[in-house]
Design a protein around this ligand. Structure first.
Ligand code: HEM
Length: 420
């Protein structure tokens, strides 16, 4: 009657590894978690199931109300938190915005400037101070902006809502405006104020452009285009918040783990940087798991029966650790497993393991539209640092992977920086 409640409680501080162990032992790499007070949950690390959920029968596996309830206060109707037409509409806008021209402009204007004007001088300062300890935390570019603390608070508290044994607890706290829920409301207030300010500024610029007859809408950012198209302010704000969340924590978490893993590799791996990035995300995916909710009864390709209302979770963290998928050496950091062709010591081509086995960017119609931008950003930032500086870890212990909305390294990655 209580299902696996006791085991769940015992393993609550190591859920990822507990699930991974159970999935490894399951013949189909799929498990059913059933416990008192919680929704029936199917967790899978089976690529055939992942393909079925994310693509083949996509319409039966939306995010669903249980998901949108948890994130609704924070993300509103932003792309991350909606299904159906509202999602489709935002998706088209976002994908259109991430075309080759805007990616090139992003590298030339934003990325170069951020790295050369902010990040490298910070690293230089740390190195010049004489082997200074520096924290290469996820978010090294922007950590000083106070608004980002509000994003961290909101995202942490929402993730804890999702992990709570009983949803009623956070709902009561929200009703009473108490404790973490009060902090969440305050953080969301600060975020709304900040993003509303940006939207107003865009409006002002657009009005001034119109007055001057300047109509270069193609060069505009997404928020400006939405404002120009007369979209509701709240909708523009929600889209912006989702995009800030999507683009910020994921790449910074991925880079933190990459720096950690490379710090043991004598930092000679720049020639196959993309392979290193993929291998690092295989072991430490920025999104550890991701859930959908079945609208109708169904059956997964491995024969697992799904009931309407079940939570169905695909699990990139566990998938990266399946012997059946990656072999005996699955726990080792081996960028070479991604290399398919080398010419004169240079990597010519990488293996494509496909999005259902390497599911860190999700797959199917909701696949991450920022994937190319993320790779450009990570390669640029990591190469700029590694070419100029030597990074040595200051932490003797294995760092802790914390799977909140995005998974980051507990307390960041403390390092010593010196010039090459
Ligand atoms: C290493 C970096 C990144 C990883 C691993 C990653 C991974 C993911 C994953 C797993 C999802 C699905 C989440 C869900 O549906 O709950 C997603 C969605 C999304 N990502 Fe990324 N992401 C990364 C970087 C970015 C960047 C840089 C952007 C752009 C600003 C971005 C924009 C988005 C958007 C807009 C969605 C929602 C797509 C939709 O629902 O249709 N991501 N990403």
């Amino acid at each position: 009657m209580i299902g696996c409640l006791i085991s769940f409680y015992k393993n609550r501080r190591r859920l990822l590894d507990w699930y991974t162990e159970m999935l490894s032992a399951s013949p189909s790499q799929t498990i059913l978690i059933s416990r008192l007070g919680a929704r029936r949950t199917i967790v899978t690390a089976n690529p055939r199931n992942v393909e079925y959920i994310l693509k083949t029968n996509f319409t039966n596996f939306p995010k669903g109300k249980p998901f949108t309830d948890i994130l609704g206060d924070f993300l509103g109707n932003g792309i991350f938190n909606v299904d159906g037409d509202m999602w489709y509409h935002q998706r088209k806008l976002v994908v259109h915005q991430f075309n080759a021209t805007s990616l090139r402009a992003y590298v030339e204007k934003v990325l170069k400037d951020e790295v050369e004007r902010k990040l490298l001088p910070t690293m230089e300062f740390a190195a010049l101070e004489g082997y200074n300890p520096c924290c290469l935390e996820y978010d090294c570019l922007d950590a000083r902006q106070p608004i980002l603390e509000a994003f961290d608070t909101a995202s942490d508290i929402c993730a804890r809502r999702g992990a709570a044994p009983l949803a009623a607890v956070w709902k009561i706290k929200r009703f009473m405006d108490y404790g973490s829920e009060k902090r969440l409301r305050e953080a969301i207030g600060r975020i709304h104020l900040f993003v509303d300010g940006i939207v107003s500024e865009k409006k002002r610029k657009i009005m001034s452009c119109c007055e001057k007859g300047d109509e270069r809408w193609d060069e505009m950012d997404l928020a400006s285009k939405m404002v120009k198209d007369g979209m509701d302010d709240e909708f523009v704000r929600d889209t912006m918040i989702s995009l800030i969340m999507a683009g910020r924590d994921t790449t910074s978490a991925a880079m933190t783990w990459l720096f950690y893993l490379l710090s043991f590799e004598r930092q000679k791996e720049l020639r196959w940087l993309k392979a290193c990035i993929c291998e690092s995300m295989r072991l430490f995916p920025p999104v550890a798991w991701d859930s959908k909710h079945a609208t109708a009864n169904d059956e997964l390709p491995d024969g697992t029966k799904v009931r309407a209302g079940d939570r169905v979770t695909y699990f990139p963290y566990g998938m990266g650790r399946m012997k059946s998928l990656w072999g005996e050496d699955r726990f080792e950091f081996k960028p070479e497993r991604w290399v398919s062709e080398v010419e004169r010591g240079k990597v010519k081509a990488l293996k494509n393991y496909g999005p259902y086995k390497f599911s860190v960017f999700q797959a199917g119609p909701r696949t991450c539209p920022g994937k190319e931008m993320a790779f450009i950003q990570m390669k640029y930032v990591v190469a700029s640092i590694m070419e100029r500086f030597v990074i040595r870890p200051l932490i003797p212990d294995r760092p802790v992977y914390v799977p909140l909305l995005t998974a980051h390294m507990a307390r960041g990655f403390k390092v010593c920086v010196s010039r090459r």
